[in-house]
Design a protein around this ligand. Sequence first.
Ligand code: CUA
Length: 183
Amino acid sequence: MQYSILLLFLILTALSALVFTFVFISSKKVGISGQGLSNPLQKRFWFLLILFVVLGIFASVTIPRSPYFLFADEVPARVVHVAARQFAFLLSDKAIDPENPEGKDSIEFLANELVEFRVTSLDVNHGFAIYNPSNRLIAQTQAMPGYVNRLRWKFKEPGKYTILCLEFCGMAHQVMRSSFTVK
Ligand code: CUA
């Protein structure tokens, strides 16, 4: 599904580039003289061509490395359900019932196992940001009411990881946090 959307996006990009190129080539004005780079139209053509090639290379190298494809072809060893609400995170191994939301007091993972977080919100938009034991942000997604966002990660370093909200969500946004342990 993600790959077909990406493919569609790339095809549309190529099509719009073709349209622009066609308009650009067919709109050449007559009467501007000069050969090679002394001709402003020639200069512009080469500038745009080089620009498109550089951007194309950049996009084709970076897009496959975007976090959306991380561990896409692996089966997660653990699935953790996350429900964010003002002003706490509930984490559970089982699906969380929005009518009677309950989370576990503590969650533990093994180092290097693939964990999938299924993140949603019970009220407003929140952030779900994971910080490693040295308090560096390593992964994050949005917690949105009505949506489940999946975040996959392998925690290499054992220790206590902190979850912070990265979206201003109300008066006590800054105290909204949770944690888990990697053994
Ligand atoms: Cu939840 Cu800020």
